[in-house]
Ligand binder design. Structure first.
Ligand code: ZN
Ligand code: ZN
Length: 395
C-alpha cells in the first residue's frame, strides 16, 4: 500500500498502525451488519472507538446516530461536518470472506462499514492536528431506507454547520481515484407502491371476476413507455418495478395485486413529468380493466447536488491526497439515490466517490457477493481529514 500524503499542516501520512486500526473496524462492522435504524451494536462499537481516541461525542441522535466533535467554533472560525453512514442491507452474504456477516439476511453490501471506518480514521488524524474552527463527525443511521439524514437534521446536527462533506466507496473506479463533480451526481429517487383492487373468482370463469394479475401485467408494460416514449432522450430516467405480489392459487383469479417500484431522474423536469405519467397510466389501467388502482409515492429522496464552493474545496483536497492522476469524474450522474441530498438542502455540501475496485473482482453494490478493495480506507480517511482542514482554512 502506497502511503498517501496529507496536505500541509496535516500529519504526513496514514500510518500502518492507523490503517490496521481501520481494517479491524471495517471487518468488525462487516461481521455484524445491522439494517436501517437498528444499528445499535455498530453504534456502540463506534462509540467505544471514539472513547479509545478520547474524542467527545453525543450518541442516541435520531435513534442510533452519533456526533463526535473536535475543536471549537468562534465568531471568526468555521464549522464543518463530515458524514458517514452505518447501516447494512437485508441480503444474505455469499462472499465467503473470513469476516463475512454472522447474520443470515443482513450484509454490508454498500460499503457503509468502510465509510464508518474511514471517518474514525479521519477523526484519529485530525485529533493530532492543530486547526481553528470546529469539526463534527456524523455517523448517521438508515441511509439505505433514505430516512437517516433527514432524522439527523431534525435532531439539529447541522445547526451552525457551514458545510458538509462525505464520500461513497465506488467499485467502478480503481483504488486511488477520487471523483469530484459539481452539480447533480445522484438522481431524484421516488419509490412508489401501486395497489390494484379487482374481484376474485374461479379461474375458469373470468367473466365473473376482475383480474388483478392481468391488470398488473398491462400496467407494468405501460409504465415502460414513460422512459422510452415520454422522456427527452438526452435526459436520464428509470422506472423499475422491483416487487409484485398477487394471487393465492392457480385456479383462483386474484382480486388484489401490490406492485412496488422506483422512479429515478437526474433532472427535475423529467422527474415531474414521469410522476404525472405514472398517475395518468394508473388511472388509464383502472378504466381499461375495470379495477381500482391507487399509487402512493412513499418516500421522496432529492437529488445530490454538489454546490460550487464546497466542490472546489473537495477538489483541492482530492488533489492533495491522490494528485492530478487520481482526480476523476463520474462522467455522468448516477441513477442511484443518496440521502446525503438532505444535508445539501440545508447547507453547502459535496459528496465524492472513492474508487475501490476489487483486485479479484467481486459483485456489484447491493449484491450478495459485493466487496471492495480495503486499500481505499486510507484514501478516504486522508481525503476527509484534508477536506475538513481546507474548509476551515487551516491549509
Ligand atoms: Zn446502498
Ligand atoms: Zn451506500
Amino acid at each position: 500500500m502506497k502511503i498517501l500524503a496529507l496536505p500541509k499542516g496535516a500529519e504526513s501520512t496514514v500510518s500502518e498502525e492507523l490503517f490496521d486500526w481501520m481494517l479491524t473496524i471495517r471487518r468488525y462492522l462487516h461481521r455484524h451488519p445491522e439494517v436501517s435504524f437498528k444499528e445499535d451494536k455498530s453504534a456502540r462499537y463506534i462509540q467505544d472507538r471514539l472513547s479509545e481516541l478520547g474524542i467527545p461525542f453525543r450518541a442516541g441522535i435520531a435513534g442510533t446516530g452519533i456526533v463526535a466533535t473536535l475543536g471549537e467554533k468562534t465568531a471568526a472560525t468555521r464549522h464543518v461536518a463530515l458524514r458517514a453512514d452505518m447501516d447494512a442491507l437485508p441480503i444474505t452474504e455469499k462472499t465467503g470472506l473470513p469476516f463475512s456477516s454472522v447474520y443470515k439476511g443482513r450484509m454490508h453490501a454498500c460499503g457503509h462499514d468502510g465509510h464508518s471506518a474511514m471517518l474514525l480514521g479521519a477523526a484519529s488524524l485530525l485529533q493530532k492536528m492543530k486547526f481553528d474552527g470546529r469539526i463534527d463527525f456524523l455517523f448517521q443511521p438508515a441511509e439505505e431506507s433514505g430516512c437517516g439524514a433527514a432524522a439527523m437534521i431534525d435532531a439539529g446536527v447541522l445547526d451552525g454547520v457551514d458545510a458538509v462533506f462525505g464520500g461513497h466507496i465506488d467499485t467502478h473506479f480503481p483504488t486511488g481515484i477520487i471523483t469530484v463533480d459539481q452539480g447533480v451526481i445522484c438522481a431524484w429517487a421516488e419509490p412508489f407502491t401501486i395497489s390494484i383492487q379487482g374481484r376474485s373468482g374461479h379461474a375458469a370463469r373470468p367473466h365473473e371476476a376482475a383480474d388483478a394479475v392481468v391488470a398488473s401485467a398491462s400496467l407494468i408494460s405501460a409504465l415502460q413507455t414513460l422512459v422510452s416514449r415520454e422522456t427527452n432522450p438526452n435526459h436520464s430516467a428509470v422506472v423499475s418495478i422491483g416487487r409484485v405480489q398477487a394471487g393465492v392459487a392457480h385456479n383462483v383469479i386474484a382480486d388484489e395485486a401490490v406492485l412496488e417500484g422506483t422512479l429515478r431522474a437526474t433532472d427535475s423536469e423529467s422527474r415531474a413529468r414521469t410522476i404525472t405519467g405514472i398517475q395518468r397510466i394508473v388511472a388509464g389501467i383502472a378504466a381499461l380493466h375495470d379495477v381500482e388502482v391507487n399509487v402512493v409515492f412513499t418516500h421522496s429522496l432529492p437529488a445530490v447536488v454538489n454546490t460550487g464552493v464546497a466542490t472546489v474545496t473537495a477538489k483541492e483536497a482530492a488533489l492533495s491526497v491522490v494528485g492530478e492522476h487520481g482526480l476523476g469524474s463520474q462522467g455522468h450522474p448516477s441513477l442511484g439515490g443518496e440521502d446525503f441530498a438532505f444535508y445539501q438542502q440545508v447547507t453547502e455540501g459535496c459528496l465524492v466517490r472513492f474508487g475501490a475496485q476489487h483486485p479479484d473482482g467481486a459483485g456489484p453494490a447491493h449484491s450478495a457477493t459485493y466487496d471492495f478493495d480495503e486499500n481505499v480506507l486510507p484514501v478516504g480517511a486522508s481525503w476527509l481529514a484534508a477536506v475538513a482542514l481546507r474548509w476551515l482554512g487551516d491549509v
